[in-house]
Design a protein around this ligand. Structure first.
Ligand code: SF4
Length: 232
């Protein structure tokens, strides 16, 4: 027997499925400094695994792991690097040998970022204080090795220039509740926005309702109501 449509029928109706761009099952790809995932890629062969990132955020995000220093061929263990010169345009120098790796890192970053553009990133988590990955406040030294300013790691700078709207944070700042909430909100918003942008065009038969004259309220003045009641 067909179900009766009553005044409460809408309560028992299943909720309509959300459109694809709002689906809670959308994969969320996040770029991340490899050492934060526990990969042994640091200069000393160690890592900087972050248990909140891997344990909590890892339930929701798909990681795209990137270690710029390994990917330009430095290997482990390796010399430490540091930023030298103008804080706005620092050079990347190997601390002991004095080798200048600036051009190698910038060339690599351009190529790697073109690859990452194909991955549909919705955010990026960077390792703080790194001359390659640090988002901000990375020490910049004079030629004599004296700390004289602060800037961004070379790969991080190239990333933020290439994707200015991409939510980017450092693992250290994610320990702050408000900054963490802000970052996660931006990631989900960015994911939905890019999914909406990339979704199929709206079918032609679906149109917004055409504008109609507003319905006039059925209003009768009190004297008119009184006259009407006296006539009955
Ligand atoms: S901070 Fe960046 S460059 Fe340094 S080990 Fe981690 S991922 Fe590699």
């Amino acid at each position: 027997m067909a179900a009766q449509a009553g005044p409460l029928a809408h309560i028992s109706s299943p909720a309509p499925a959300p459109p694809d761009w709002r689906s809670p099952s959308l994969p969320i790809a996040i770029g991340i400094s490899s050492c934060l995932l526990g990969e042994n890629v640091r200069y000393d062969g160690g890592h900087q695994k972050d248990s909140y990132i891997t344990g909590v955020l890892g339930q929701y995000f798909s990681w795209i792991s990137v270690c710029p220093e390994m990917e330009i061929g430095l290997g482990t263990p390796r010399e430490t690097l540091r930023l030298v010169g103008d804080a706005e345009r620092p050079r990347m120098i190997a601390t002991k040998s004095g080798a200048d790796l600036t051009d190698a890192m910038i060339t690599y970053a351009g190529q790697r970022l073109r690859e990452l553009a194909e991955k549909g990133l919705s955010g990026y988590i960077l390792k703080r204080a790194s001359p390659s990955c640090g988002m901000a406040r990375v020490k910049v030294y004079t030629e004599d090795g004296v700390p004289a300013g602060a800037g961004s790691g070379l790969f991080a700078r190239a990333l933020m220039d290439a994707f200015p709207l991409l939510p980017v944070e450092e693992e250290g700042r994610l320990t702050d509740l408000h900054l963490r909430d802000n970052f996660i909100t931006r990631v989900f918003s960015y994911r939905r926005l890019t999914a909406l942008r990339d979704s199929a065009p709206r079918p032609a038969e679906i149109r917004l309702p055409s504008s109609r004259p507003a319905e006039q309220p059925r209003y009768t003045s009190r004297p008119a109501r009184d006259r009407a009641s006296r006539m009955t």
